[in-house]
Structure formats: C-alpha cells, structure tokens
Write a new protein. Structure first.
Length: 452
C-alpha cells in the first residue's frame, strides 16, 4: 500500500499571504476570513463584534456620564472582565483560523512567528483593561463599607457601620455626605477632625452645596440635645473611646451631631487622610488653582515635620501634591486663619472633581486607584457607590454654593474661655442655613474673614 502525500491532509506548511490573512483578522475579526474567500465564516465572526461596538458607541453618545458612573459598580466591572475575556478569545480564534486556513504552523517559519506576535499583542490589549478593572474592584472593596483598607491606621476612626438612613439617589432624593480630613502628620496620635465639610448633593445637579464646619465649635448639641462641652473636632475620638456614653460610636455620633446642627440628615461619611491626599493629586497630574490672595506663612510645617514656611503670590498655578497639601493646611500666614483655609479646601476639592470628570486619566488610573485605596474610608455600601458617582458627575459645579461657617454670621468667638479659643455657634442661624440648602435657595455667602 502506498502512503498518500502529506499535502492531501492539510494546508501547505507556508504560503506567503497566510500571515496577511491573520493580520486582517487581528484588525477586525472576519476580515481575514473574507480575504480567504470564506464569506459565511467572515460574517459569523464579524457581526457580533459590530453589534457590540455599535451598542457601546450608542450608549456613550446617549449618556456617557452614566457609563462612567457604572465604572464604580463592582458587578458592572466583573461583567466587563468577563466580556473582555470573551472578546479576547473570539479575536484569537479569528486570527488563528485565518492563518490556519492557508498554512500549518511551522516553528521556524517567519509567518508563524508573526502570528504568535499578533496573538501576544491581542492578549496585551485585553490584559490592560482587565488589569484596570481588577484594580478598581480592589479599590472599591477597600474604601466602601466593610473594606479592609482606608485611613484608620490607628487614628481612632474605628469600625464603620451601615448608615440607618440612605436616600433614594436614583429616585431623585438629595444626599448629604460628611467629609472629614484626618491629618496624620508626624507626631499625631489621634484622629482630630480638623477638617469637617458637608457636601449636599442635589441629584438633579442644580443645587449642590459645600458647608465647612469649624473645628473649634464649642457646646454643639449632641443628638439627645445635651451640649458637647468640648471642641467639635474631638467628638469623634471622644465618643469612640467612651462607648458607655456613646453607644452609636464615634463616626455615627459625629454624623448625627452635625446633622442636628445643620438641620439636615447626614447620610454618609468619608474620612480622607491628608497625606494620602497629596498622592491623589500627584496621580492625576496635579490641579489648576487660582490663588485669590497671597499666602505668606513662615511658620508652616510640611508633611515631613520640617518648618519650611509656605509662600504663594496671587495668581493661577498648576499645583502638584506637595504644593496642594500646603495650600489646604497652611493657616497662620498674614491674614489667614481656619476660615480662609476652609475656603481653600473647598476650592481644591472642586478642582479635583473637575479634573476627575474631565477624562484623559487612563494612563494615571492605576496610580490614582492606589492612592484612593490608601487615602479614603467610607461607610457607603459598595452597591451604592455607583449611584453617588453618577450624582457627582451630574452636579453643575458652576452653580455650586460654597459656605464657610464663621463669625459673625453663624457664631461668635470666645478667645478667653476655660477651653481656650472657642467658637460659640448661633444655632438658629446655622439651622436656617441648612434649610436654605435643602430647599435649593441661594445662600448669601460671605467671603472668609481674614485675620488682622
């Protein structure tokens, strides 16, 4: 019996244009098959990808902001990873089939090596978004309620419990978030909340407000009406270390107290490590800030516990993390105080929000995610983060109302009290301000009062 020639049982070892068919299918599944004359298979491979691309393009045109907000949804990200893997497999099959129709892989063939390179590039193209998605899932899991990371690090924030009252953001309810800054500079052993800022988000995007609450407020009524005869910036740690008096814990007590002060419910809490804040700014390539008035603070101690002073002339700057951190920490310069510093903190938060929603952050995304993971802790359940991101995305920052609670409109200063310099709140005035925020009224906003 004679042995049949090998050529009858498969394609020839190599044909000059086999690699070209593979390359065409690398560009778009089905093109290589069309080049090879396999019309039916070309349509089979191409149509699903065409439909997918058209669907994504249509969604982005109709409402791209909602798609961006979905990137904060862990379930959506998992779905993207699965879809990414399926499309990767589809493309590899298209490349290999287009090549295999005209040639058998031969180890020393240049065409085989070219196809291997195409497959490698294809895998890399899909590995990058999958890597970003995995990092995003890790970050969201860390900063959301129950996450293992965050800013505690021994500073007394303690465990966070799920908020008892959560607004229907999708249904249009306003959401109020308490942001506290934890300054973990060298030598600090407690989480004094020197920065307390309430962001009230109007989910329609038209009446969002920021309200800075001074750290030196004294005698603020607790949820049961009893005055807290200490400075407000000590309440979180004090309540957390006295569970016999504050069964709800430090964070819940601070939220309820500030909510009672303003006359509005505080739904969520977020703690921000001020040193990690520096990394966040660096990770997004810095922010643009207009300094309205010169800063001249020779007493400023930087994040490395070195007295360097801090000086800026009035003007517009592109600030890196180091400069931005000094911008929001300095308060002892000529004409500066806690109130002018609070105003600068609001200004920087607004600049960061604008930078994050402007796009063009793809290359900086891994670093940003790492910084967020190490910098922020919240009591927001992971399932709610996407809808909050959507509300922030929709907020019209040109109509943002920024208020710094300060004398004489909302309190009076008492520099000679037994507790040192304190601020005695005008409860009626502050409560009236809260009602104006809730009803979307225009708030008469005084400029921060400079020190003499």
């Amino acid at each position: 019996m004679h042995q049949a020639p090998a050529e009858r049982y498969g394609p020839p070892p190599s044909r000059p244009r086999a690699w070209l068919a593979a390359f065409l299918s690398f560009l778009f599944p089905g093109l290589g098959q069309a080049y090879n004359g396999e019309a039916a298979l070309a349509w089979l491979l191409a149509v699903p990808i065409v439909v997918l691309v058209a669907a994504i393009a249509g969604i982005m045109v109709i409402d791209s902001s909602q798609v961006l907000a979905k990137l904060f949804d862990i379930r959506f990200l998992i779905g993207l990873i699965v879809l990414d893997a399926v499309v990767l497999a589809w493309r590899i099959v298209a490349v290999l089939q287009a090549f295999g129709h005209l040639a058998r892989p031969v180890a020393r063939s240049r065409a085989t090596w070219a196809v291997a390179l195409l497959v490698t590039v294809t895998v890399a193209m899909h590995a990058v978004p999958a890597y970003y998605a995995v990092k995003a899932i890790d970050t969201l899991g860390a900063v959301a309620l129950g996450g293992s990371q965050g800013v505690d690090g021994g500073f007394g924030i303690g465990s966070l419990s799920e908020p008892s009252s959560q607004p229907d953001v999708v249904g249009g309810e306003r959401v109020n978030i308490l942001l506290v800054g934890v300054d973990s500079a060298p030598g600090r052993t407690t989480a004094l909340t020197d920065t307390m800022l309430v962001v009230s988000l109007d989910t329609s995007g038209t009446a969002t407000a920021m309200i800075s609450v001074p750290r030196d407020l004294y005698g603020v009524p607790l949820p049961d009406g009893t005055p807290f005869n200490r400075k407000l910036n000590t309440l979180m740690v004090y309540a957390g270390s006295h569970p016999d008096q504050f069964a709800a814990g430090g964070v819940a007590t601070l939220k309820a107290t500030i909510g009672k002060l303003l006359g509005m419910p505080i739904h969520y809490f977020a703690a921000i490590n001020m040193l990690g804040f520096k990394q966040m700014v660096d990770s997004i390539g810095g922010v643009d800030i207009t300094v309205q008035r010169a800063i001249n603070d020779p007493t400023y101690w930087n994040e490395y516990d070195v007295q360097t002073g801090f000086y800026l002339k009035a003007g517009t700057y592109h600030m890196d993390g180091h400069t931005a951190l000094a911008f929001v920490r300095s308060r002892k310069g000529a004409g500066d105080n806690d109130f002018t510093r609070s105003d600068r903190q609001q200004q920087l938060l607004t600049a960061i929000r604008n930078k994050l929603t402007a796009g063009n952050l793809l290359l900086s995304l891994p670093g940003l995610l790492d910084a967020v993971k190490r910098t922020i802790s919240t009591d927001v359940p992971s399932a709610r983060i996407a809808e909050l991101a959507s509300a922030i995305q929709r907020a019209d920052m040109s109509r943002l109302q920024r208020v710094v609670l300060q004398p004489p409109d909302y309190m009076r200063a008492d520099p000679f009290s037994a507790a040192g310099y304190v601020l005695i709140p005008d409860l009626d005035a502050i409560h009236a301000l809260g009602q104006m925020v809730l009803t979307g009224e225009t708030i008469p906003t005084p400029q921060p009062t400079p020190s003499p």
